[in-house]
Ligand binder design. Structure first.
Ligand code: GDP
Ligand code: GDP
Length: 437
C-alpha cells in the first residue's frame, strides 16, 4: 500500500481551519463505524476528491505546549512542511492580510512544498473582492471559500489534488508481510525491533530508505519475507516536536497505513493509559491486523495471577480489539520473542483470508436458525445471501430486505458466528448490509 498524499492546513487561530477540516473529513468520518471506546483525534483524518484519497492534518490542533503564540504557529508550519505533500494556507477574508499571515507566508515560501492559498469566511459573492489583498502573500490565486456555507471547497480541492505526486507503484510484492510497531515513547519499540532482527533464523537483507522519508527494514525468516515499516520515526529523535504526543500519533498513523499488521506495544511496568487506547484505536479503524504486545515482562514482579490479570485489563480497556491476540514478551531477556514472527504470519494470513461463498452461506443460515433475525415496527429482517467482497480486512456483504433492520447487536452476533466458523484471529472483519435489488 502506498501512503496516501498528505494535506496540511496551516494558518493562525480562528481563520476556520478546523471548520474546513471537518468539512473535508466529515463524510469520511461518518462512514467509519462508531466504535465505543475508540478515542477520536480531530487533527488527522482522511478525505477523498476526484477519486484520490488523501490524509488531512489540521496543524492548529497539534499541541505544541506552552510556547508563545507566534512560536506555536511557526512550529505548526514547520510540521506541515515536513509532513505534507500539499499545504493549504488558510486566511480570513474578513480580517484582510495580517502580520501573522505574512510571517507564516515567509516560512512556507522558504520550503519548496506546493501551497494553495485559501481565503475563508467569504460567505457571499459581494465579499469576493476581499480576496485581492491576498495576492500580496505571493502564492498566486487566492481561493475564496466559506467553511460555514461549504462554498468554494470544490475549486480549492481541485487545486490541492493537482499538486499531488503521481501515483507510485506499490513498493513490495503482495506476499511480503509489512508490519509496524506503534506505542508511546519508551515502551520498547526500538528494542523489540533490534531483538527481532537479532534472532537466530532472521536474515536481514536490507535497511534502505525507500518511500520518501520512511526507512524500511527487510528481512527473511524461514522463507517468509517481512518488512518493518517506518523505523525511521523510531530512530530519528531530538526534534522538539518529536516528543509532543500528537506528533508521534501522526508518525504512527503513516506507518499503520503502509502495514498489514500492527503491533500495539504496551509497557508492562506502566500499565495502560489513555494514550495507548488512542493509538490502538487508530490501528483498529485502519482495518489492519493487530497484535497486542506487552513488553518489559521481565521488569515486573509476578505471581500465578499476574498474566491473567493483565490480560483482563487489556480486554477491558481495548474492547474494540477483542480479535487481537496478546503476547507478553521481553526485548531484554528475549522471553517468548521467538513466538512473535509466527504470530505476525498467522494474523497476516487471516487478514488476507478468503472463504468459500457456499460455506459462508451455510454458516449464516445456521446462525439465523439458531437466533432468529430481529424485528422492528413489525418488520422482520430477512437475510438472502452473503458474499465476501474484499480481504485486508475480510469484508462481507449481506443482502437483506432492509439494511435498517440490521441491528448492531445482530451484526455482532453474525460476526461472532463467522469468526467461530473460520478463525480470523487478529483481524477485524467488516459486515455491510445491502438491500437486495
Ligand atoms: P481555527 O481556529 O482556525 O480552527 O478556526 P475554527 O474552525 O475553529 O473557526 C473559528 C470561528 O470562525 C468559528 O466560530 C467558526 O464558526 C467561524 N467560521 C469558520 N468558517 C467560517 C466561514 O466560512 N464564515 C464565517 N462567517 N465564519 C466561519
Ligand atoms: P521506544 O521509545 O518505544 O523505541 O523504546 P526503547 O526501545 O528506546 O526502550 C526504552 C527503554 O526501555 C530503554 O531504556 C530500554 O533499554 C528499555 N527496555 C526496552 N525493552 C525492555 C524490556 O523488555 N525489559 C526491560 N527491563 N527494559 C526494556
Amino acid at each position: 500500500m502506498m501512503p496516501n498524499p498528505v494535506v496540511a492546513i496551516v494558518g493562525r487561530p480562528n481563520v476556520g481551519k478546523s471548520t474546513i477540516f471537518n468539512r473535508i473529513a466529515g463524510e469520511r468520518i461518518s462512514i467509519v463505524e462508531d466504535v465505543p471506546g475508540v478515542t477520536r483525534d480531530r487533527i488527522y483524518s482522511s478525505g477523498e476528491w476526484l477519486n484520490r484519497k488523501f490524509n488531512i492534518i489540521d496543524t492548529g490542533g497539534i499541541d505544541i505546549g506552552d510556547e508563545p503564540f507566534l512560536a506555536q504557529i511557526r512550529e505548526q508550519a514547520e510540521i506541515a512542511i515536513d509532513e505534507a505533500d500539499v499545504i493549504i494556507f488558510m486566511t480570513n477574508g474578513r480580517d484582510g492580510v495580517t502580520a501573522t499571515d505574512e510571517e507564516v507566508a515567509r516560512i512556507l515560501r522558504r520550503s519548496n512544498k506546493p501551497v494553495v492559498l485559501a481565503v475563508n469566511k467569504i460567505d457571499n459573492p459581494e465579499m469576493r473582492e476581499n480576496i485581492y489583498d491576498f495576492y500580496t502573500l505571493g502564492f498566486g490565486e487566492p481561493y475564496p471559500i466559506s467553511g460555514t456555507h461549504g462554498l468554494g471547497l470544490g475549486d480549492l480541492l481541485d487545486a490541492v489534488v493537482a499538486h499531488f505526486p503521481k501515483q507510485e507503484q506499490e513498493d513490495y510484492e503482495e506476499d511480503v508481510i509489512k508490519f509496524c510497531l506503534i506505542g508511546r515513547p519508551n515502551v520498547g519499540k526500538s528494542s523489540l525491533v533490534n531483538a527481532i532482527l537479532g534472532e537466530d533464523r532472521v536474515i536481514v537483507s536490507d535497511i534502505a530508505g525507500t518511500t520518501r522519508d520512511a526507512v524500511d527494514t527487510n528481512f527473511t525468516r524461514e522463507g517468509q519475507e517481512y518488512v518493518i515499516i517506518d523505523t525511521a520515526g523510531m530512530r530519528k529523535r531530538g526534534k522538539v516536536y518529536e516528543s509532543t504526543e500528537k506528533y508521534s500519533v501522526l508518525r504512527a498513523l503513516k506507518a499503520i497505513e503502509r502495514s498489514d499488521v500492527v503491533l500495539v506495544v504496551l509497557n508492562a511496568e506502566e500499565g495502560i493509559i489513555e494514550q495507548d487506547k488512542k493509538i490502538a484505536g487508530y490501528a483498529h479503524e485502519a482495518g489492519r491486523a493487530v497484535i497486542i504486545v506487552v513488553n518489559k515482562w521481565d521488569a515486573i514482579e509476578k505471581d500465578d495471577k499476574t498474566l491473567i490479570e493483565f490480560e483482563r485489563k487489556i480486554r477491558d480497556h481495548f474492547q474494540f480489539l477483542d480479535y487481537a491476540p496478546i503476547i507478553f514478551v521481553s526485548a531484554k531477556t528475549k522471553q517468548r520473542l521467538h513466538k512473535l514472527l509466527p504470530m505476525i504470519q498467522m494474523v497476516s494470513e487471516n487478514h488476507a483470508m478468503r472463504v468459500q461463498t457456499n460455506v459462508l452461506n451455510e454458516v449464516i443460515m445456521d446462525a439465523v436458525a439458531m437466533n432468529p433475525t430481529p424485528t422492528h415496527n413489525g418488520q422482520r429482517l430477512k437475510i438472502y445471501y452473503a458474499t465476501q467482497v474484499a480481504v485486508k480486512p475480510p469484508t462481507f456483504v449481506i443482502f437483506v430486505n432492509d439494511p435498517e433492520l440490521m441491528h448492531f447487536s445482530y451484526e455482532r452476533f453474525l460476526e461472532n458466528r463467522i469468526r467461530d466458523a473460520f478463525g480470523f484471529e487478529g483481524t477485524p472483519i467488516k459486515i455491510i448490509a445491502r438491500p437486495r435489488k
